[in-house]
Design a protein around this ligand. Structure first.
Ligand code: GLU
Length: 542
């Protein structure tokens, strides 16, 4: 196409292709280093499948001594969702999948496609000049008409071959239309060979052969912003930004043929592709893709709101990608890069119960100060009363998580910070609601007068006793004083002599101290609460 026509067709550019090629030199990285990117579009919030793909991209890049970065693909202005980029940042920070390349530090940016408009225009001009692209003036009505004709002729849909009306326009015809004020998109002039096959080797799936592309896809949209389409921006950006391995969702497999054509037409080396299988969900007895609409756990915010430690989610996702990693503990697995050739090609099933187990193991291994800090950050956003209570008694939660650490008494009931209130909240005086009613059903039917008497006696006789055996002896003595049988045999021998069993008495004490029939060991609880608080809780029911 003539330069004067191109000048009428497109906004001016300041530079030529040579400028951009020089501006983005080849990266100097060790042999075999992979440069990967995660490229979300702010047309919605990033979901857990996005975190999964980003994490694989990051892990593969780092494992090879390469680089991983994030590029915001915001060329679809009409479908952009407000705050999506803020949500991305929050999700990336939470899961530790932020870009390695900070803006301004390295020359590969800008990292938002809307800031790269001049670059796309420069390359589109080049395609127009060489005849590998052309303006298309077809309106939506024209396209609908073409579609109807194709249906009638039982021909393949799309803008191709004889149906590609604007492909044959001469420069003069284009000039005439521009003179009449018509606007045009720019289409790629695809090779028109319906029999051709496209073959490529996917790093996850091996060789893939499919029908080659014959569609003259749009590369540059019309309108004021003259934004590129995803296909074109992908080729230009991944070339200039030095990406040699494109890891993305499997929904893009069918676009590979057109992408390879675009790389070739632009004179670029194509990257290696790896198409990740989607995360799945068991729905009844069948597997389906995790759905943003139907499944709350598809949203990244679900995991943040529940307070799953990022390390747990990462470990879980890494195990879905490479099942051998699931067998290791989180810290070990985090050291091992994800291997693309071990990724499954059928979608991995997300099982939240399994994640909970992993999360509890991760919390069990976490440093106590890190736990307290993480709970503080989580509660500050999602449970401010808990945050305030924990801050006013800073050692209580720390001690709670320390119960039985490293021994077989270590409990694993917390895997996410939203469980802290339920499991350990009772240790915080401001959260705990003392049990005041002796007929409370949590006492398991023990006579209210006995409950009162037991509580009063224990409040007076209680000796702070760190040794679990001696604690048990105290409770046993207490139970004996109030006529609880030591065991079933004793009770059976003389039912009238007893009001219940030792375990019933222990339950009364437990409910008074912990507000629940289930809790960590009472001696540990008493040690954390301290004698004054133990007495206060016992006396609440008197
Ligand atoms: N912007 C595309 C998307 O959000 C990215 C696909 C890719 O990674 O190339 O699906």
């Amino acid at each position: 196409m003539r330069d004067d026509l191109i000048a009428q067709l497109l906004p001016p550019v300041e530079h030529d292709v040579a400028h951009w090629e020089a501006r983005y030199p080849a990266r100097s990285l060790p042999e075999g280093a992979q440069v990967t990117r995660f490229a979300p579009s702010p047309t919605g919030f990033v979901h857990i499948g996005g975190v999964y793909t980003a994490m694989i991209s990051q892990s593969v890049a780092h494992g090879s001594g390469g680089t991983y970065f994030v590029r915001i693909e915001d060329t679809d202005r009409a479908r952009e969702v407000a705050d999506a980029v803020e949500q991305f940042d929050r999700a990336f920070a939470y899961f530790g999948i932020e870009s390695d390349e900070a803006l301004g530090q390295v020359p590969w940016g800008p990292y938002r496609q809307s800031d790269r408009a001049q670059i796309y225009l420069t390359y589109v001009r080049e395609l127009l000049r060489s005849g590998r692209a052309y303006p298309c003036f077809c309106t939506t009505d024209d396209l609908a008409e073409i579609r109807a004709e194709q249906d009638a002729a039982k021909a393949g849909t799309g803008y191709h071959g004889q149906w590609a009306r604007c492909r044959a326009l001469t420069d003069d015809a284009v000039e005439g239309r521009l003179g009449a004020g018509l606007s045009a998109v720019i289409r790629f002039a695809a090779p028109d060979d319906p029999g051709a096959r496209a073959v490529f080797t996917d790093a996850i799936r091996g060789e893939i052969e499919q029908q080659d592309n014959v569609n003259d896809v749009v590369v540059l949209k019309s309108g004021e912003h003259r934004m590129p389409t995803y296909h074109f921006a992908h080729a230009v950006d991944d070339h200039l930004m030095g990406v040699n391995l494109v890891i993305r969702g499997e929904e893009w497999i069918s676009s590979v043929p057109v992408h390879l054509q675009l790389f070739a037409a632009l004179g670029f080396d194509a990257p290696t592709y790896a198409h990740v299988a989607p995360l799945m969900k068991l729905d009844g007895s069948s597997k389906r893709k995790l759905s943003k609409r139907k499944d709350p756990e598809a949203s990244v915010d679900y995991f943040i709101e529940k307070g799953y430690p990022a390390a747990a989610v990462r470990h879980y996702l890494a195990g879905l990608a490479n099942s051998n990693l699931a067998e290791l503990d989180a810290a070990e697995a985090a050291e091992i890069p994800i291997a693309l050739d071990r990724c499954s090609v059928s979608g991995a099933l997300v099982d939240l119960a399994k994640l909970d187990d992993i999360a509890a193991d991760v919390v069990a291994e976490m440093d106590l100060d890190d736990i307290v800090a993480a709970v503080d950050i989580w509660a500050d956003e999602f449970d401010v009363d808990l945050a305030a209570a924990a801050r006013s008694e800073p050692d209580r939660l720390r001690s709670a998580f320390a119960i039985g650490r490293g021994t077989d008494r270590q409990r694993k009931d917390v895997g996410r910070w939203s469980q802290v209130r339920l499991v350990f909240g009772f240790l915080l005086d401001a959260v705990f609601a003392p049990v005041t009613d002796p007929a409370d059903e949590r006492f398991g039917g023990v006579d209210p007068d006995v409950v009162r008497a037991l509580a009063a006696d224990f409040a007076d006789a209680f000796v702070a006793e760190p040794d679990p055996t001696l604690w048990f002896e105290q409770v046993k003595a207490l139970a004996g004083r109030h006529r609880f049988a030591l065991n079933k045999a004793q009770l059976k021998d003389d039912p009238d002599a007893y009001v219940g069993l030792l375990k019933d008495a222990a339950q009364v004490v437990r409910v008074l101290l912990a507000g629940s029939t289930r809790s960590p060991e009472l001696d540990a609880i008493a040690a954390i609460l301290g004698p004054d608080e133990v007495r206060r809780r016992l006396r609440a029911v008197i």
